[in-house]
Design a protein around this ligand. Structure first.
Ligand SMILES: Cc1ncc(COP(=O)(O)O)c(C=O)c1O
Length: 371
């Protein structure tokens, strides 16, 4: 689905030198390289604080801990998401309350959030799914009206710009009280291993986030709260710092590839191409089609036989996962979510795709769909 090898070879000289510098310094955990990357990413993101951590899942968990969410509290989340978004809530004995997504953007539906609020609700967790921004303007208004926290799951949306109706623009992940992201290798800003980061503009929250990510430590060997051990290592930070300087060009390449696919699939009654919401630029972490009247597994196999990878993100929604039986997961009625899980299919989209490869992919998808 991605070509991280070709991408690496284009920046190999820079990356190899940076990794060697870390090896020579022998500062593998923390230190200047990690701090420097965090500062550069905070600047790019226009967030006051960036706290690096071990992965995007930890970022979400640490965010919920720093906000003081307690067992029995409720968080409102989409069910149509990667499991990490909701799994960490359950891990902390916080109840995930699953709501519908918008059938066009595939992101959490603000009207559904309002209906799900109870006296126990403490936070909303929008997910910028596939790189498309959730309706942050409406979400922030609901949160303010009901005194709720907003934790943005920006694992798939890093680099996206969201525009408010008053004309201001902010990066997704810098709008809520806390933003979380992942540097999983296939992400738009991908490490060569695991990594994640947490963003906030609130000084007190930043201090808590830092403390929790470091064993609840306020200074070395003084542990004020229960925390965890979640660190981005220096080699990954050195690589990410280089890739950060290319992030906008990587996003532009993904958008260009998406535009090319859009043209190739235009006017096909069985295929709906990704919706482009005017309030954000969609950074195309995934390029996902909605199929109507097509044997999806048949298409996936047909493409695989032609050497074309395709993936289904996600075949089972969170509320349908066995792990949530104890939270009454199977009692939910989320027809839009279930409808999407049966119809989506993602095609390769990355920085190294060329038009010849895309023509081949488009031709094969159309051959199967139109037969
Ligand atoms: C929407 C979403 N949330 C959270 C995560 C978790 O990130 P990680 O794999 O770095 O733990 C991911 C990525 O895998 C994701 O796509």
């Amino acid at each position: 689905m991605v070509d991280t090898k070709t991408q690496y070879h284009k920046i190999k000289t820079e990356v190899d030198a940076a990794v060697l510098r870390v090896l020579e310094s022998s500062v593998f955990i923390g230190g200047k390289v990690v701090a420097g990357f965090a500062e550069n990413l905070a600047k790019y993101h226009n967030s006051k604080h960036c706290i690096p951590c071990a992965n995007g899942t930890d970022a979400l968990q640490i965010a919920m801990m720093a906000l003081g969410l307690q067992p029995g509290d409720e968080v409102i989340t989409p069910s149509f998401t990667y499991i990490a978004t909701v799994e960490v809530a359950a891990l902390l004995h916080i109840k995930p309350v699953f709501v519908e997504v918008d059938p066009k953007t595939f992101c959490i539906d603000p009207a559904a959030i309002e209906k799900a609020i109870t006296p126990k609700t403490k936070a909303i967790i929008p997910v910028h799914l596939y790189g498309q921004a959730a309706n942050m303007e409406a979400i922030m208004q609901i949160a303010a009206a009901h005194n709720l926290f907003v934790i943005e799951d920006n694992a798939q949306g890093i680099g996206n710009d969201y525009s408010f109706s008053n004309g201001t623009t902010q990066k997704t992940g810098s709008i809520g009280h806390i933003g979380c992201t992942s540097f999983y290798p296939s992400k738009n800003l991908g490490a060569y291993g695991d990594g994640g980061a947490i963003f906030t503009n609130d000084d007190d929250l930043a201090a808590k986030l830092r403390m929790i990510a470091s064993h609840g430590q306020s200074k070395q060997y003084y542990h004020d709260v229960v925390g965890c051990n979640s660190r981005l290592d220096a080699i990954q930070a050195a690589i990410l710092d280089i890739k950060l300087t290319h992030l906008d060009e990587y996003i532009a390449a993904r958008i260009k590839a998406a535009d090319f696919y859009d043209k190739g699939f235009a006017n096909n009654k069985k295929i709906t191409t990704p919706f482009r919401d005017a309030n954000n630029k969609h950074v195309f972490h995934q390029y996902t089609l909605l199929l109507e009247g097509v044997d999806r597994n048949g298409l996936k196999q047909f493409l695989a036989d032609k050497g074309i990878p395709a993936m289904i993100y996600y075949p089972v929604a969170a509320h349908q996962q066995k792990m949530f039986d104890a939270f009454g997961g199977n009692s939910y009625h989320l027809p839009v979510t279930d409808w999407l899980t049966e119809r989506v299919i993602s095609l390769p989209v990355h920085t190294e795709l060329d038009e010849e490869q895309q023509q081949y992919i488009i031709a094969n998808v159309l051959e199967f769909v139109n037969k």
